[in-house]
Design a protein around this ligand. Structure first.
Ligand code: ATP
Ligand code: MG
Length: 256
């Protein structure tokens, strides 16, 4: 476990469920590992968009992020959610720094499609700030907001950021904590292992759908550097520690 770089995506769906993820992060840090957290915030964002009375518009099934929505998304993700996570790690005696992809131009993006508004596609990473944080012994907690070359910021999918970062930092592990026991096949059974071809087939068949699509695609992207990526149930106590030890239930997406 020593000095392993472990990229962990914490799903917004599992946030705030009183889980043990923060204890596990601190334990990993104490054991000498270098965890990097990327978080989502889907449910909290929806709640705050509703509170702000901003109607959600969809174009071809995708949520449009107009300027008022971007304000809420940025405030909630880079502010509220990010600081809650940092505070939890600090309260447990860990050392964490919260930032978003705008800071130090960590996550570079361009606009996906003007019709979708401020939704970014990742074009690259500037790892300087991440290395500084890790070398100083802190755990970076990254909110998925990216920056384009004109100084505009965008909302990005957190899974894509996690997969891209894992590849860019040549991470040793990539772990997605989510709110299901793993990836289900056509019969509803959780599968323990999937290859690239299996994943592509399940997506084509519509078995892997909605939020699981960017997650599995992020795994495939990271397989350029990693042997495997894991999708595990973040609601299970100490799921993260078990995953880091290679002992977790859930689904492994493996090379080949
Ligand atoms: N084949 C599948 N197996 C398991 N879950 C699936 C599958 N296809 C779609 N899903 C859905 O994917 C969801 C997980 O993705 P979702 O985006 O909702 O959560 P998250 O990424 O953990 O959180 P956030 O998006 O807030 O960061 C599951 O709750 C499930 O409904
Ligand atoms: Mg998601």
């Amino acid at each position: 476990m020593t000095a392993r770089t472990i990229v962990v995506k914490i799903g917004g769906s599992t946030l705030g469920s009183g889980d043990t993820t923060f204890e596990d992060l601190v334990a990993l840090q104490r054991a000498g590992a270098r965890p990097v957290v990327v978080h989502g915030g889907g449910k909290v964002i929806t709640e705050w968009l509703e509170r702000s009375q901003l109607p959600t518009r969809f174009v071809r099934g995708l949520r449009v992020t107009d300027e008022p929505a971007l304000c809420v998304v940025t405030a909630v993700l880079a502010g509220l959610v990010n600081k809650e996570l940092v505070a939890k790690v600090q309260a447990l005696g860990g050392k964490a720094i919260g930032l978003c992809g705008v800071d130090g131009a960590l996550v570079q993006v361009h606009q996906r499609d003007p019709e979708l508004g401020f939704v970014g596609d990742v074009t690259g990473f500037n790892l300087d700030i991440l290395r500084i944080i890790l070398d100083a012994g802190y755990l970076p907690i990254v909110a998925p907001i990216g920056l384009d070359e004109h100084g505009q910021h965008y909302n990005i999918n957190a899974d894509t950021v996690a997969g891209g970062l894992a590849l860019a930092v040549r991470a040793d592990d990539l772990i997605f904590l989510t709110d299901v026991p793993g990836i289900r096949d056509g019969s509803g059974q959780v599968v323990t292992q999937l290859s690239r071809d299996d994943v592509e087939m399940l997506i084509a068949e519509g078995v892997i759908a909605s939020g699981m699509i960017p997650k599995t695609q992020a795994c495939l992207c990271a397989l350029g550097a990693l042997q495997e990526a894991q999708i595990v149930d973040g609601r299970v106590p100490h799921a993260l520690l078990a995953s880091a030890k290679g002992e977790a239930a859930g689904t492994r997406i493996v090379r080949g």
